[in-house]
Design a protein around this ligand. Structure first.
Ligand code: UDP
Length: 239
């Protein structure tokens, strides 16, 4: 059973369990998708029924950061641990490399997915890169066809939220891949374009603050974090 945080149902798994689950999906018939909502995405879902349906329709819903963990605890239904999308992705890539499976990278600015592919292939020998495509395209059709032709087992879909969640819900089955993972800005990190916050910051639940200092233009988006906490408090009172 999923744990409800303001309408989004989260799977209550450790990172190890989430990766096991992801690999099971990757080896199952049909298309499956994984989403990794943070408080900002939960707020987006509250404003858009379409986004909420796409997120809750995922086969795995993983709490990306400390905000969701705090929210769940405040509501009296704690989640085991945070399972950041980028770390989940790195574990999945490692397992795929061991099994010689193929990965398609979709998203980010032109050139970024190619660089991420080079870095991942160098770091995880055995990984097959099925192909790459930037995230600034108009028609889904040709991109879906390219992925299908590539025979990719798994696709990292990094178009930002809620675009990537809607994209996976709509196009997942037509890609022919068994697992699609919506991973926000992860390709920028894998490509070395954007740094992750040092461990100190993430260990103290302050990764958001580090990112804000590096990219002050995120302030508008980040105002959703206090809003999320206000909504959690309101929900708690209702309970
Ligand atoms: N992006 C994209 N297509 C779009 C809009 C965004 O490929 O139409 C990419 C963008 O270049 C970035 C990622 O999606 O690489 C979103 O990053 P963001 O930092 O917003 O994601 P977060 O990790 O915060 O969810």
């Amino acid at each position: 059973m999923r744990i409800d945080v303001l309408g989004v149902g989260f799977d209550n798994l450790t990172m190890e369990e989430a990766v096991e689950q992801g690999m099971l999906l990757l080896h199952s018939e049909g298309a499956h998708y994984v989403v990794t909502p943070n408080p900002e995405i939960v707020e987006v879902c509250r404003e858009s029924r379409e986004a909420m349906t796409a997120v809750n329709g995922a086969d795995l819903v993983l709490p990306d950061g400390i905000g969701v963990i705090k929210g769940a605890a405040m509501l009296g239904t704690p989640l085991k641990e945070k399972t950041p999308g980028i770390e989940f992705a790195a574990h999945i890539v490692e397992r795929m490399a061991r099994e010689g499976l193929s990965l398609y990278l979709l998203g980010a600015k032109p050139g970024v997915a190619e660089q991420a592919a080079k870095n991942l292939a160098a770091r995880y020998p055995g990984l097959k890169i099925a192909g790459t495509h930037d995230g600034y395209f108009k028609d889904d059709g040709p991109v879906v066809e390219e992925i299908r032709q590539s025979g990719a087992d798994c696709v990292f879909v990094c178009l930002g939220a809620p675009k990537q969640e809607l994209w996976m819900a709509k196009n997942g089955p037509a890609t022919g891949a068994h697992l699609l993972c919506g991973l926000g800005g992860s390709l920028d990190v894998f490509a070395g374009v954007v740094e992750r916050a040092p461990k100190f910051w993430s260990d103290h639940g302050l990764e958001w603050f580090y990112r804000l200092c590096k990219e002050p233009k995120r302030i508008g988006r980040m105002m959703k974090l206090p809003l999320f906490l206000v909504h959690v408090k309101q929900e708690k009172r209702k309970k």
